[in-house]
Design a protein around this ligand. Structure first.
Ligand code: BES
Ligand code: ZN
Ligand code: ZN
Length: 501
């Protein structure tokens, strides 16, 4: 969806409908007199009587069809404080309604944001929301006449002659964040028969090739073998298509020698559980078990396109977890890249196996300023925090704070959970240096995080986001249709934009 800036007053705008969020009880033409000036028909329109601002209310008020724009959609915010998150939801709802009405465009009148606070921050969110409200995964469907079509463009309406640079940049930031999230969603929504580890790696290198200063190296199973990624290889052993490690590198001009921030993503293109096979119900959602890798990839792409200052590395640990005759057995012991032998008890805990080698590799190949991994790691995290919060673990309070702020800014909520050292004893193995799963199910998100932490040196700042509860939605919401959410793509981008100290 295109973004078009429209300056010079409402008589010059070309749009099907303007989206205006309203607080309950607000007299909008008084609180926002610019709206009165831009759409004088509102002052005499009978429909204005029904605009109450109640939460979830949508009222459309019409002017004469010959006017340059003649529809205004008022979206009720309710009585609660109009935060960026609530405004985001309101704009996304507005776009969904406009789509149902078969319109081609919506307008965000910038002057309608001023009364809620920082105009540029809110414009960024409005653009982000309009784009995500317009998202659906259509690649694998035939176009049917009856289906609502996506909007073609969103306009940003100004009354002044010129578009201020700060607002232009704000809109572009919102657009870029939305594109990152949509890319992560597209990848995660793609079924496992169309996105094997090698397909994902090929796609990553193809897309990265178009971005200056972003390099992409694909490491195949022979390279992984030679380098000692035995845990990663163990996961892919039961699949017909081999694992891959994708290494993305970007440095802004002048930052080539800086210590990099390293993002690591779990990229299981399908998680059947392996020999410890999963129950059938909901197994299809395990095509999203590569959301961590998709989010790392999408954020790397966009931070490079935006030329964010700093140096960044993205590692995508890709494999398919399947149960054929060559598959890893429960009870197998393999030597990790970090040096310790690992007993594999339950082959369904494959994410931590690909990640432990990637984490060790990050510290071997670079001197990371910090490492942030993202993984659909444990059902236990979803049980603990539900489907609205990711679990955040970190060995470093400062880094945890940065990730929490990035999550809050992105509207991707997380809650910090403890790396409770006492539980490390649960990872004791009878025959190897460490067991990859705990002796009991309780606290499973914590013991999984402790296993990962075992492979991170004490002096390396590391954070881990367990996104198992939030990578998939069963029902539509304004910002995301049912299916993959692309969770963490925007968080990582915001983390990079904010600078990681
Ligand atoms: N990919 C799953 C975790 C998951 C569950 C993600 C539900 C999204 C929704 C992961 O590989 C897994 O199966 N973990 C096991 C670990 C257990 C065997 C210790 C789990 O959570 O049951
Ligand atoms: Zn699993
Ligand atoms: Zn998994």
């Amino acid at each position: 969806m295109d973004i078009r800036f429209q300056a010079g007053g409402a008589e010059n705008w070309k749009t099907d409908i303007a989206l205006v969020p309203v607080v309950q009880g607000e007299k909008i033409l008084e609180t926002c007199p610019e709206l009165d000036a831009a759409a004088p028909f509102l002052a005499i329109a009978p429909g204005m009587r029904d605009v109450s601002g109640r939460k979830n209310e949508i009222q459309i008020v019409y002017g004469h069809p010959d006017l340059p724009f003649s529809r205004v959609m008022f979206i009720g915010l309710g009585k609660d404080e109009p935060t960026p998150g609530r405004l985001r939801e309101a704009f996304a709802k507005g776009v969904r309604k406009a789509k149902d009405l078969r319109l081609a465009s919506v307008d965000v009148p910038v002057f309608c944001l001023k009364r809620f606070g920082l105009e540029d921050r809110l414009l960024e969110e409005a653009v982000y929301a309009c784009m995500l409200g317009n998202y659906s995964f259509t690649a694998l469907r035939k176009v049917r006449e009856a289906d609502p079509k996506p909007l073609e463009y969103v306009t940003i309406g100004f009354l002044d002659e010129y578009v201020p640079d700060s607002l232009r940049q704000a809109a572009r930031r919102g657009e870029s964040a939305a594109e990152a999230v949509m890319m992560a969603r597209d990848l995660a929504n793609t079924p496992a028969n169309l996105l094997h580890p090698d397909d994902f790696a090929d796609k990553a290198s193809l897309v990265a090739a178009g971005v200056p200063r972003l390099s992409c190296t694909v490491r195949d199973e022979r390279w992984l073998e030679a380098e000692g990624f035995s845990c990663h290889l163990a996961v892919g052993r039961g699949a017909s298509r081999p694992p891959r490690l994708v290494v993305l590198e970007y440095a802004a001009k002048g930052d080539e020698e800086a210590d990099p921030v390293v993002f690591v993503g779990k990229g299981i293109t399908f998680d059947s559980g392996g020999i410890s096979i999963k129950p059938a119900a909901k197994m299809h959602t395990m095509k999203c078990d590569m959301t961590g890798a998709a989010s790392v990839f999408a954020s790397m792409l966009h931070l490079a396109q935006e030329e964010v200052p700093g140096r960044f590395v993205g590692l995508l640990a890709l494999a398919e977890n399947m149960p054929d005759g060559g598959a890893v057995h429960p009870g197998d012991v393999v030597e990790s890249l970090g040096g310790d032998s690992v007993e594999i008890v339950n082959t369904d805990a494959e994410g931590r196996l690909v990640l432990c080698d990637a984490l060790a590799y990050a510290q071997k190949a670079w001197k990371p300023r910090c490492i942030v991994d993202v993984a659909t790691l444990t059902g236990a995290c979803a049980v603990a925090l539900g489907d609205g919060l990711a679990g955040l673990f970190s060995s470093d309070d400062g880094l945890a704070q940065l990730v929490q702020s990035a999550c809050a800014c992105a509207g991707e909520d997380c809650w910090r959970l403890p790396l409770w050292a006492e539980y490390k004893a649960k990872l004791k193995s009878t025959c190897a240096d460490i067991c990859h799963t705990a002796s009991s199910r309780e606290g499973g998100a914590i013991t999984a995080a402790l296993f990962l932490g075992h492979f991170v040196k004490k002096d390396v700042r590391w954070a881990h986001l367990d996104i198992a509860g939030v990578d998939w939605r069963d029902a539509d919401s304004p910002l995301c249709p049912a299916g993959a959410t692309g969770f963490a793509a925007r968080t990582l981008l915001e983390l990079a934009r904010g600078g990681v100290e």
